[in-house]
Design a protein around this ligand. Structure first.
Ligand code: GUN
Length: 286
C-alpha cells in the first residue's frame, strides 16, 4: 500500500494561520511584530529564500525589513548592523541568511544576535536551552519536521528514530527534539557503518544529509514515517530530496514530498518564532 503523503502545503498554511491570528492579537495590544532579515552578497538561492520569507511575513501580518548588503560588506559593518537591530525595540526577530561571503565569520555573526531575537535558534544560548529542555527558539527546519511527524499522528515515545545528518542547523537539533519526545534516537553521518541496516530499523527516519536518493526502499522499514529534509538539485536542475521518493513511498507508512514538504514548514516556523519573540516582549511589559 502506498504511503500517506504528509502535505507541507496544508500544514504550513495551518501554522501560518495561527501566526496571522496571533499577529493581529499582538497589534491590538500595541505590538506590531517585526522581522529583520540580512542578505549579504549575491547568492541567488539565498535571494530566493529571503523573498519567500518577506512574502510569508506579508501574508501573516508581520512587518519585515530585508537589509540587502553588498558582497564587499565587512564583518565589522555587519556586526554593527546586528548590534543596532538588537537595540531597536521595534524589531522582534533577526535573521542573517546563510551562507555568508567567505571573509565573514558566520560563528561571530550568529553569536552577535540577541538570543531573545534569534528566531533561527542558531545562537549558543538557544541551542543550550534546547538541550536542557528550556523554553527557547527551536531552529525552524527541525521544528517543522517535528510538526509534520506529530500531524501524521505518530506517538514518538518509545519509538526508534534515526536521523541521517549531524548539522548544527538540522541533524543535531532534530535529535534533541526527538529525545525530548522520548524517542530512542540514533544519529547517522558520513562515517556511519551499515547505514542501510540502521535506517531499516527506524520507526521514524529523518533524512537530512543533502544527498540525492541516499535513502532507498531497502533502507526503510515497512510502515515507517519518512521525513525528507533534503534540498538537492537533480541532473535536470529540479529540486529533490534525499529520499528516492517513488520506491520508498511503496514501503513507508507516511512520507513527506520534496518539493511541498519540509521546506514549506521551515518558512512557516519562522513566522511562528517571530510571533513568539514579539509575545515575549509583551509578557515582559506586563
Ligand atoms: N540558509 C539555509 N537555511 C537557512 C536557515 O534556516 N536560516 C538561515 N539564516 N540561513 C539559511
Amino acid at each position: 500500500m502506498a504511503a500517506t503523503i504528509i502535505d507541507g502545503k496544508v500544514l504550513a498554511a495551518e501554522v501560518k494561520a495561527v501566526a496571522a491570528r496571533d499577529a493581529a492579537a499582538l497589534k491590538e495590544q500595541g505590538i506590531s511584530p517585526k522581522l529583520v532579515v540580512f542578505l549579504v552578497g549575491e547568492n541567488p538561492a539565498s535571494a530566493v529564500y529571503v523573498r519567500g520569507k518577506a512574502k510569508d511575513c506579508a501574508e501573516c501580518g508581520i512587518d519585515s525589513i530585508v537589509e540587502t548588503l553588498p558582497e564587499t560588506t565587512t564583518e565589522a559593518d555587519l556586526l554593527a548592523r546586528i548590534v543596532a537591530m538588537n537595540a531597536d525595540p521595534t524589531v522582534h526577530g533577526i535573521l542573517v541568511q546563510l551562507p555568508l561571503p567567505g571573509h565573514i565569520e558566520e560563528k561571530k555573526v550568529i553569536e552577535a544576535i540577541d538570543p531573545k531575537k534569534d528566531v533561527d535558534g542558531f545562537t549558543p544560548v538557544n541551542i543550550g536551552r534546547l538541550q536542557i529542555g528550556e523554553d527557547c527558539f527551536v531552529p525552524c527546519t527541525p521544528a517543522g519536521a517535528l510538526y509534520m511527524i506529530q500531524a501524521a499522528g505518530v506517538q514518538l515515545a518509545g519509538k526508534d528514530a534515526v536521523v541521517v545528518g549531524r548539522s548544527n542547523i538540522v541533524g543535531k537539533p532534530m535529535a534533541m527534539l526527538l529525545v525530548a519526545q522520548s524517542a530512542t534516537v540514533t544519529v547517522c553521518h558520513s562515517k556511519t557503518q551499515n547505514l542501510a541496516a540502521k535506517c531499516a530499523a527506524a520507526d521514524v527516519l529523518i533524512a537530512a544529509a543533502g544527498q540525492e536518493k541516499l535513502i532507498t526502499a531497502n533502507m526503510v522499514k515497512p510502515g515507517a514515517v519518512v521525513i525528507d529534509v533534503g534540498m538537492n538539485k537533480n541532473a535536470d536542475g529540479k529540486l529533490c530530496g534525499d529520499v528516492d521518493f517513488e520506491p520508498v513511498s511503496q514501503v513507508a507508512g507516511a512520507i513527506t514530498p520534496v518539493p511541498g514538504g519540509v521546506g514549506l514548514m521551515t518558512r512557516a516556523m519562522l513566522m511562528a518564532n517571530t510571533i513568539k519573540a514579539a509575545q515575549w516582549v509583551l509578557q515582559a511589559q506586563k
